[in-house]
Write a protein that binds this ligand. Structure first.
Ligand code: CUA
Length: 175
């Protein structure tokens, strides 16, 4: 077994050696015929490089901008505003309901009894953020409200007969 492996390796090494020798002998022989071909290949390669560079670098930079540690994100992050929220059957308890626009907000969501769903809706009643309100856990929403206005909060999980009463508001504007 060992012997067979050695013989196979030997044959392969010989083949590679012959290949290298063959290329070495033949290289330089017909260089003039390759000249135009090489030139074309190089110009194609250059074009390809610029195409890749022009497409992928902006795409990469664009994608990286959204990362939390990008310079833009770091620059806009002052001390975060915090809203502590507790869900109860059947109301929301919030320690503040007014925040600044274009400033990061941490909304810390928990529950005093059963699971609720803390959903924030904009003025067109589009859901813009949500977190599960769970007893014994605090789920944090990191959000920056881009527009001033009143955002509605609705409960998103059926939690009993007065589930639909669990509404409140967050006001976004200069204090
Ligand atoms: Cu709380 Cu539904």
């Amino acid at each position: 077994m060992q012997e067979t492996a050695w013989q196979v390796s030997l044959v392969l090494m010989l083949m590679i050696t012959f290949g290298v020798v063959f290329v070495a002998i033949n290289s330089g022989k017909r260089e003039e015929e390759y000249g135009p071909l090489v030139k074309r290949a190089y110009s194609f390669r250059t074009k390809l490089f610029w195409a890749v560079a022009l497409v992928f670098f902006p795409a990469m930079i664009y994608n990286l901008m959204g990362l939390p540690y990008s310079p833009k994100a770091v620059a806009s992050s002052g001390p975060a505003q915090v809203i502590n929220v507790t869900g109860h059957m059947w109301y929301w308890e919030m320690d503040r309901d007014q925040v600044e626009p274009n400033q990061p907000v941490d909304i810390r969501v928990t529950s005093a009894d059963v699971n609720h769903g803390f959903g924030i809706y904009d003025s067109d009643l589009r859901l813009i953020a949500q977190a599960q309100a769970m007893p014994g856990y605090t789920n944090v929403i990191h959000i920056t409200f881009p527009k001033e206005g009143t955002y509605r909060v609705l409960c998103m999980e059926y939690c009993g007969v007065a589930h639909h009463n669990m509404m409140t508001e967050i006001k976004v504007g200069k204090s």
